[in-house]
Design a protein around this ligand. Sequence first.
Ligand code: E4P
Length: 217
Amino acid sequence: MKFFVDTADVAAISELNDLGMVDGVTTNPSIILKSGRDILEVTKEICSIVSGPVSAEVVAMKSDEMIAEGRKLAAIAPNIAVKVPLTWDGLKTCKVLSSEGFMVNVTLCFSVNQALLAAKAGATFISPFIGRLDDINLDGLDLIADIRTLYDNYDFNTQILAASVRTVNHAKDCALIGADVMTAPPGVIKQMANHILTDKGLEQFMADWAKTGQKIL
Ligand code: E4P
């Protein structure tokens, strides 16, 4: 499973990228707001660090304007994936931009039918939001599994980009279900390294090592 980082925090992206943990980046208007930076400037900087797809989201509601915004965002760098909402206008935009050879990430997906339409419109990525479904007492992981079945049934090439990943269990379950990609905040990716027994075992090893009186360096 590929890891995209769900942030516009350049320092956090660089740190994970240096470890080989970054296959791409996702942003959205809320993430740009949080960064406090200009969308074109910060996206360009991210694209200079990361070679994989970097999602930048359009903000228009009508397809004509979305297409124009998408072309402008795509001109930032060859690895831009234009992010469009799963609305009828977003699907029209997806069809046009994907036909022009741009990567398109269709976001705000909450149903299998929406994922089906996005695949038919030529989406490179579909972004089903796990955490936001969990927030309303539905099961976001069920949606990932259902879309996996759907896309496999019909050999769609659209990649499942599990989004709104909030916990390490979300990450693990996405991998087991067979999501192509997950996007998660840097903190969730770093938490995946943690285990209570690792901490406990290390504490014991360090205590015993101190008793040997030895040094390696
Ligand atoms: C990524 O593409 C999404 O915008 C993001 O994962 C949403 O996450 P959230 O529901 O935690 O805001």
